[in-house]
Design a protein around this ligand. Structure first.
Ligand SMILES: Nc1ncnc2c1ncn2[C@@H]1O[C@H](COP(=O)(O)OP(=O)(O)O)[C@@H](O)[C@H]1O
Ligand SMILES: [Mg+2]
Length: 376
């Protein structure tokens, strides 16, 4: 009898862990990351083969709901012992989108400088905006979010400067009155991809918790190009007041930058403005403006993203010289066409922020666990 019963043992009950494991293989079609790591699964129960959970969507009524539901159900039904899967949906409250309660950053406004595309002058704009805001008397931090091409230290003239580590605390260097920190100093670019992901995640937290930014009026973040993991994590972790999109005037850039703008829209991060860089070239001999890279992408983007065109920055050798030499053009040649255009961008940007500023982003209490990242 005992032996007989052995063969008719009831199946092991399905556990929530099994369900989570199955759902962690289901990708959200748009950002191509799994539902579990995106924090979309809530209220999970599994009882007597009846599995029930809520999927939290970023946006109500999104067309993604149907494919997400289908994929999730299929994955869970494939677990042996599951009889029915009950999925409901809810929309993320705007405030919960950003993990602000666990960070330690005292900045009145955090502004990301972004672009769907590399080489459009994003870092140049981030550096010059930061310095221009500093010149106006604001307390400014500049965070280089680019792991693969951290150019901020070079463009700020502190390429060899190391942050000073004291116990857990990291004191970032100052350059031209701006507090500068680079992800490139925390996440080695040559680390294997499998490490870079989690390291990056921790590095972002460290940057905001262990880095002694001091009190800031503005933290400018130079986001890496594209809409991948780093952008997503930074965007979801930082309490962003909004993003500034940088484009060049030609259509090729337009499509990529629009995609970047879309990402912010979906994460409920306002696009504060568009800056068109390398807009035209003023001939030093005849003074005529030539639209070398085409025309119109800035205006078109501004319309499509429903955000003001903050400035059109000309192609100006002084910009490159300033970048290479570590003396940003707003400081080295403020009266040059590019210097003026970048000052204008900073002016218009902060009037927009002041008009819409609601709450300061002051946050404390990050949990203590962290992997130790080396400070080079
Ligand atoms: N308006 C401009 N005029 C002249 N050179 C520029 C201008 N904007 C950017 N550059 C130069 O173009 C190169 C790429 O700019 P960068 O800011 O590094 O782009 P991104 O961060 O988008 O990759 C740099 O050498 C920079 O000095
Ligand atoms: Mg760059």
């Amino acid at each position: 009898m005992k032996n007989f019963l052995k063969f008719f043992k009831p199946p092991e009950p399905v556990t929530p862990d099994q369900v989570l494991a199955a759902l962690s293989k289901v990708l959200e079609p748009e950002v191509n990351r799994d539902l579990v790591s995106l924090g979309m699964i809530h209220n999970l129960t599994a009882r007597d083969g009846v599995v029930s959970f809520t999927i939290r969507l970023r946006e109500a009524g999104t067309p993604l709901q149907v494919p997400i539901e289908r994929r999730a159900k299929k994955a869970v039904m494939a677990i042996p012992g599951v009889k029915t899967v009950d999925v409901s949906f809810e929309t993320t409250p705007r405030s919960a989108l950003r993990d602000t309660s666990r960070l330690n950053l005292d900045a009145k406004s955090v502004v990301a400088v972004a672009s769907g595309k590399g080489g459009v002058g994003k870092t140049t704009v981030a550096v010059n905006l930061a310095v221009a805001l500093g010149q106006m008397g604001h307390r400014v931090g500049l965070l280089d979010g680019d792991i693969h091409g951290p150019n901020v230290p070079q463009m700020m003239g502190v390429p060899d400067e190391q942050p000073f580590a004291f116990g857990e605390q990291i004191f970032p260097p100052q350059a031209h009155g701006i507090t500068v920190m680079s992800m490139g100093l925390l996440v080695p670019a040559d680390a294997p991809v499998i490490w870079r992901g989690p390291m990056m995640h921790q590095a972002i937290r460290q940057l905001l918790r262990d880095v002694m930014w001091g009190e800031l009026d503005y933290l400018i973040v130079d986001l890496p190009p594209g809409t991948g993991d780093v952008q997503l994590t930074l965007t979801q972790t930082l309490p962003l007041a909004g993003a500034v999109m940088v484009t060049t005037p030609q259509n090729v850039a337009f499509a990529d930058v629009l995609k970047g703008g879309e990402m912010f829209r979906q994460l409920h991060v306002p696009v504060l403005g568009v800056i068109e860089n390398m807009s035209y070239y003023v001939c030093p001999h005849c003074g005529q403006a030539e639209p070398i890279f085409g025309e119109g992408a800035g205006e078109q983007l501004s319309r499509q993203l429903n955000a003001p065109l903050l400035s059109r920055v000309p192609l100006d050798p002084a910009v490159r010289v300033g970048g290479d030499g570590g003396l940003p053009v707003v400081l080295a040649a403020p009266a040059s066409p590019a210097g003026k255009a970048l000052h204008q961008a900073a002016d218009v940007l902060i009037s927009g922020i002041n008009a819409s500023r609601s709450q300061p982003a002051s946050i404390t209490n990050l949990p203590q666990h962290t992997i130790k990242l080396h400070v080079k």
